[in-house]
Design a protein around this ligand. Structure first.
Ligand code: UDP
Length: 495
């Protein structure tokens, strides 16, 4: 596809192969194309199928996007054919194999960049090696790390000042120094990599360094969500960043919303007709992202809490994992819920269970949704913010505890279930199972009719309006997309 004119920039995107990274990055690529850039997305065959329909619709509407399909070296690392995304990797060993296969793509990426010579490569931060290739070829590199300004500021401050090293116990609360707000954490909520060196320390160090040496960082955020942290990041930490989100808002067509990510396990018709008969703001939506798994025991506690709450709900149920006491067959892992729970909830009209993949963005924006019980993945937080709903927070791993603190301590938009312990993998329970009562108390606080919950819902609604406005002409994210494209153009012309 030829460029329309010499002034048009050509951006190549190399999304990481996990839904929480790939989906926002593909949305970003579509935002670039909507802003007039020529875009190429480097992607593997199975992942291409996940995005093809949306891209075809964009192309029909005149945007310049092409897919450059490359195969993953599956046999070299012992991966089954077609397993090209963390969401389809059943074990952590398989996830590590995908990770290695992505590393082995370096020569292919180098060849593509050298053949196309785009004006910039947008790379996931998890691939720090794209910086070396970009530098060698004289191409600007932009980093995408999948989270927000608050997380960037918090993790950078923790690594500079190490406040967690001055406390005596894992459960003692400490304040993170030098941030715009008083943010409190415990050591047990910190990722292992922050607490001490481990096998990922080297990668993490490289990743941070390559973010700083890039032209800048692309943020899936909007200024009004975390203004003090956007300013802190740029002015105090000295990191160049553009906020161009919430990127999920590029999905305006109902089919884009329904087809985003995996094939959904429920039809949009079933989902919407179930929601359409519910009162506004009366339904709790529960989803723990694309990777979290719970045991049978924890799943039972959640089910008991939902039933006892009496609130209507949509629960996206993932696979349960086996503990040493279980004798579950593989197919039972997919299907497991306490006996007759689903039927009972269906009969009472209280709950809709979705096993597998839900059209999250479509569900959240329905006026019947009044709260979101979430694992605090950044995409889920932003999608809930756009929908204008308050949160019940239940972080598990990655940077999810940091995101929780933004929601509960800074924005005052959520109530925590009270998980205190970070886990290295999303496929293990915390040592302290959350009881039905813990969960119920947090759900009631958000979904109840107290003045506090009414005020929280109002704040959420107001922020949702700001989120939607930020991408409209003349507003914060719209302006930062323009500034970004201009910065890339200036970088290109300076060479
Ligand atoms: N998602 C979805 N349907 C599901 C589960 C997840 O559409 O059933 C989407 C969700 O909308 C979000 C992404 O998957 O965009 C999950 O990203 P997040 O950062 O919230 O969590 P992660 O999966 O990375 O832990």
């Amino acid at each position: 596809m030829a460029r329309e004119n010499e002034n048009q920039i050509h951006a190549m995107f190399f999304p990481y192969m996990a839904p929480g990274h790939m989906m926002p990055m593909v949305d970003m690529a579509r935002i670039f194309a909507a802003a007039g850039a020529k875009v190429t997305i480097i992607i593997t065959p199975m992942n291409a199928l996940r995005i093809k329909n949306s891209i075809d619709r964009d192309v029909k509407s005149g945007r310049q996007i092409t897919l450059e399909i490359i195969s993953l070296p599956s046999s070299e690392v012992g991966l089954p054919q077609g397993c090209e995304n963390f969401v389809s990797a059943p074990t952590r060993e398989m996830c590590m194999k995908i990770f290695h296969a992505i590393e082995l793509l370096q020569p292919k990426i180098k060849k593509l960049l050298s053949d196309y010579h785009p004006d910039c490569i947008v790379s996931d931060s998890l691939c720090p090696w794209t910086l070396d290739i970009a530098n060698e070829l004289g191409i600007a590199r932009l980093a995408f790390n999948g989270s927000g300004f608050f997380n960037l500021c918090l993790s950078e401050t923790l690594s500079r000042y190490e406040p967690h090293k001055n406390i005596t116990s894992d459960t003692e609360t400490f304040v993170v120094p030098g941030l715009p707000d008083e943010v409190k954490l415990t050591r047990s909520q910190l990722p292992d990599i922050v607490k001490g060196r481990n096998k990922f320390s080297e990668l993490f160090g490289k990743l941070k360094e390559s973010e700083k040496k890039s032209l800048g960082v692309l943020m899936n955020s909007f200024y009004e969500l975390e203004p003090a942290y956007a300013d802190h990041c740029r002015n105090v930490l000295g990191i160049e960043a553009w906020h161009i989100g919430p990127v999920s808002l590029i999905n305006r067509d109902i089919n884009d919303k329904v087809e985003r990510g995996e094939n959904t396990s429920v039809s949009k018709h079933d989902c919407l007709s179930w929601l359409n008969v519910k009162k506004p703001r009366s339904v709790l939506y529960i989803c723990f992202g694309s990777l979290t798994r719970f045991s049978k025991k924890q799943t039972t506690e959640i089910a008991n809490a939902l039933e006892a709450s009496g609130h209507s709900f949509i629960w996206v149920v993932g696979k349960v994992f086996k503990t040493s006491n279980d004798e579950l067959k593989d197919e039972e892992q997919e299907l497991w819920l306490p006996q007759e729970f689903e039927e009972k909830m269906k009969e009472k009209g209280q709950g809709l269970v979705i096993r597998g993949w839900a059209p999250q963005v479509l569900i959240l924006e329905h006026e019947a949704i009044g709260g979101f019980l979430t694992h605090c993945g950044w995409n889920s937080i932003l999608e809930g913010v756009v929908a204008g709903v308050p949160f019940v927070t239940w972080p598990i791993f990655a940077e999810q505890f940091y995101n929780e603190k933004l929601v509960t301590q800074v924005l005052n938009l959520g109530v925590s279930v009270g998980n205190e312990v970070w886990k290295a993998w999303a496929t293990e329970d915390s040592p302290n199972i959350k009881t039905a009562n813990d969960i119920l108390v947090a759900i009631d606080a958000v979904m109840g009719n107290t003045q506090e919950s009414i005020d929280r819902s109002k704040r959420a609604k107001k922020l949702g309006e700001l989120a939607k406005r930020s991408i409209e002409e003349g507003n914060s994210s719209y302006n930062d997309v323009k500034r970004l494209i201009e910065d890339i153009r200036m970088h290109k012309n300076s060479k």
